[in-house]
Each structure stands twice: as structure tokens, then as C-alpha cells.
Design a protein around this ligand. Sequence first.
Ligand code: SIN
Length: 265
Amino acid sequence: MKITPTNSLVGAYVEDVDLSTPIESDAIDELVSAWHKWGVLFFRNQNLNDEQQVAAASIFGDPVPYDFAPTTEGSEIVHKIDNEDGKPKGGSSNWHTDATWLKEPPRGSMLQAIKLPSSGGDTLFASMSAAFDSLSPATQNFVDGLTALHHGGSKLNAANRIAKKVPEDAVSHPVVRTHPVTGRKCIFVNRLFTQGINELNAQENEALLPMLCDLTLRPELQFRFNWEEGDIAVWDNRSVQHYATADYSEARVMHRVVLAGDPVE
Ligand code: SIN
């Protein structure tokens, strides 16, 4: 197996692994440790069926049903991100971590490109541990220990943000989480789902929350993956955010498996 980091702070390519066949335990250890280190792994030309994709995802955690998207035919776990009509759907084209409105958001997600437009449809990834490291010690100290409210709130308008009319089912998470394996601190607020920092007033939120969310925009912290059909990307939601570019007008179909979450601490 060959693992080659991208030319960025996030992501690594894995070669000489066939995810459609059982992987030996030494290789599993190597893959999992590279995943923790680089946040997202890319495997070219895998072309997995549903069963193989679920088995491959189980290298990194427990694949679980995801009730918020349609499944593929015959699977309870693999679900479709289906832009068959060539019209990107809004949510994914915001920097986010998957489903932070859950009490225990998915540990990670594995995405496979099934059908791609002739150009466009890249996915970008940003390292949230590098984002934390990029802050001054004074800001690190200040934000570490704060908590923020999350909701599936792309439907909440700006006036409702910042904890004004946040629904009862919103959940609170630390603004900075500690990765349970690497021990690295990771910024854990995002543009799509975070509604406000609990301990700050509205004016302070207006200033600080966008600043923290938009650390994803720093090119130094990003990697942009250009898909080919059959490629797999598996990312660690605890330390990485992602963004699906909405720059195409032909069909784009992806199959995704999410991994059971763990407590955000
Ligand atoms: C996602 O947001 O999980 C999907 C990303 C993509 O379709 O590239």
C-alpha cells in the first residue's frame, strides 16, 4: 500500500489497495492511522457495489442508516446524493461537517462517485485542526471552552440566527473539540448548521462566529479533490469540513455511507 499526502495540510491518496476485497489487519491499522493523521483519504478507481462500500466504510467505524436522504435500491445504509437533473442542491455547497445538529454527529462519511458531470463537481476539504492551530494563542484560549448551538438550520434566516428563535431540538457542542485519537484541537462550528455561540451576546456572535466558520476559506487549510467515476473519499468529520462545488449542469450522483457518531468533547 502506498499513502501519499496531498500538497496540502489535509488529505492523502491511497494506492495499491482494492477496497472490494477484505483488507488485512495490518493494512487496516495503517489506513486508520493515516485517516486520523490526514483527515481524508482518496482511493481512485474502486467501483464498489453497495455491499462492498459498506464493508470498506467499516474499516473506519460503524456504518449506520442515515434517515435524511434516500437509500439506494435494496440498501438500508448506502444513500444517494442525487443531482441527476444537473441542478446542485443547496446544502452541501456550504462549508460544513455532516449533521452537526445531531447529538452525536457521524464520525465520518465515505462518498463514492457514481456519475459525474463532464466538468466540475469537485469536493473541497479543510482541516479544522490546522484551523485551530492557525489562531493566536490568545484566541485559542478564548474560544476553547465555549459552546455553540447547532440546528439543521439552513432554513433559519439570518434574523433568527444567534440564539434568538432557535428551535428546542437544537443541540449544543463545544466550539473546539478534541480529536479522541490524535488529541488535536479542532474548530467545530460551521456555516451551515451553527446558530450561535451560547456564551456570547448577539454583537459578539456577529463578529466571532463568521470569523471561526470562515477559517475554512483559507487556501492553506484546504484541498480540492477532482473526482473520477468509481473514486472513493472517506473523511473524518471530527477534524475536517467539506464543500461540494455547485459549478455543473449535468448529472452528478454520489453514494454515501455515514459512520456512527461519538460524543463531541
Ligand atoms: C456531502 O456534503 O456530504 C456531499 C459532498 C459532495 O457531494 O461532494
